[in-house]
Design a protein around this ligand. Structure first.
Ligand code: SF4
Length: 393
């Protein structure tokens, strides 16, 4: 297919596809799905080989959030029945992190519910980062604490944080339909603060919230412009007790197309399959490893994932290898910081040769695909951080 040849060529050159090309990936037919995966897989292997980076989530503070993000089981008014607890102590968080590291994770993601941290919260998290780094040599720590105020990103960097996550989640045009208590611009501002403080920026999206193909392309193009080092792709887990609890819009095939489109638009970036992997990709998870170079090991913030052992077996069976702490995740030009100057093709949108070719025609879908509700696959997390039970790692 001309479309795929064009996208592979562009991906190998870090050249931005056109919006029409990105849309065409989302519109490919099921008959062409393996060709799409194979093409995006070439780009993935060019920049990341067959390595899979494992990340481990530690939910430092769960539930009780005053914000109203419609997709979130921790939101204001959620009746999702999740674990609710206040800040873990540094030792408790370090123990949870150690389980993930022992399971093969090279990055620990420290997440707290809430609009954003107070300065006292930043102190707490700084102590936690120190405890984790003291006990786990070579581990990367990413903080995800919500909207940052002036100076907080710098303080987290000084405390030893390597990265900061704050997702854009959806397109600017539809953000107000998903959340009313903060804005898309607030989110962009926090990612930029993290970047400016020297933290590796991590920012991604959630698919399956009722958005259009145009929305998905918009958010992925916005991410390319923001230029994070990692892009988590979440597939909405429709928790009962949240406003999006009935939004079952995804099929495994649609998830694969979304990951492929993200890979083509952000070719040299760590594309991470995040929440909803087991619920929506289901038995197609191994194919997704040809597109993403990073996953979460074990459980998520408020839901349970498949057993960590099953994650490791899946990676080995699919012919991939877990990335070690002695291996550098990002391609050399990006790891050296060469992609964060706003120049060149990387992270820039449009202009010159980038994005100037017309989109080849793609086969259209017969109609909108919808996913069957699989509430049987949604399990609220009842183990690990905030409980007396061992974590899944
Ligand atoms: S996504 Fe974060 S800010 Fe939004 S409701 Fe959930 S915990 Fe709160």
């Amino acid at each position: 297919m001309d479309l795929l040849n064009t996208l592979v060529d562009k991906g190998l050159r870090r050249e931005l596809p056109t919006r029409d090309e990105a849309l065409a990936v989302l519109a490919t037919s099921d008959d062409d799905l393996l060709d799409v995966v194979a093409a995006a897989g070439k780009v993935r292997r060019h920049w990341f080989g067959r390595r899979v980076k494992l990340n481990y989530l530690v939910n430092l503070k769960s539930g009780l959030c005053p914000e109203d993000c419609s997709y979130c089981s921790q939101r204001l008014g959620s009746t999702a029945g999740i674990l609710k607890y206040s800040w873990l102590k540094p030792g408790q968080a370090s123990d949870a992190a150690a389980a993930g590291v022992a399971g093969g994770a090279k990055r620990v993601c420290l997440v707290a519910s809430g609009r954003g941290p107070t300065d006292r919260d930043v102190d707490r998290v700084s102590e936690t980062i120190k405890a984790i780094k003291d006990n786990n040599e070579g581990v990367e720590v990413c903080a995800c604490l919500g909207l940052l105020s002036e100076g907080q990103a710098e303080r987290l960097r000084e405390a030893g944080a390597d990265a900061y996550n704050h997702n854009l989640n959806t397109s600017e045009a539809t953000y107000g339909e998903i959340t009313t208590t903060h804005t898309y611009e607030d989110r962009v501002d926090t990612v930029q603060k993290a970047h400016a403080a020297g933290l590796s920026a991590c920012s991604g999206l959630i698919a399956g919230m009722g958005e259009s193909d145009e929305d998905l392309v918009d958010v992925v193009f916005s991410l390319r412009e923001l230029d994070p080092d990692s892009v988590p792709v979440n597939f909405l887990i429709p928790f009962e007790g949240t406003p999006l609890g009935k939004e079952w819009n995804l099929t495994p095939q649609r998830c694969l197309r979304i990951l492929a489109m993200t890979r083509f638009v952000c070719p040299d970036v760590e594309v991470r399959i995040a929440g909803g992997r087991e619920v929506h990709l289901r038995t197609m998870q191994p194919l997704a490893l040809h597109l993403a170079n990073s996953i979460f090991l074990g459980d998520y913030l408020t839901s349970e994932g498949q057993a960590g052992k099953a994650d490791l077996e899946m990676i080995a069976d699919a012919g991939f290898e877990v990335e070690g702490t002695d291996q550098v995740t990002l391609p050399e030009h990006r790891a050296a910081g060469g992609c964060h100057d706003g120049g060149g093709v990387c992270g820039s949108e449009g202009g010159g040769a980038c994005g100037s070719e017309p989109a080849p025609q793609a086969a259209a879908q017969d109609g909108p695909q919808t996913g069957e509700p699989r509430t049987d696959l949604v399990a609220v997390r009842r183990r690990g951080a905030g409980t007396d039970l061992a974590p899944n790692a």
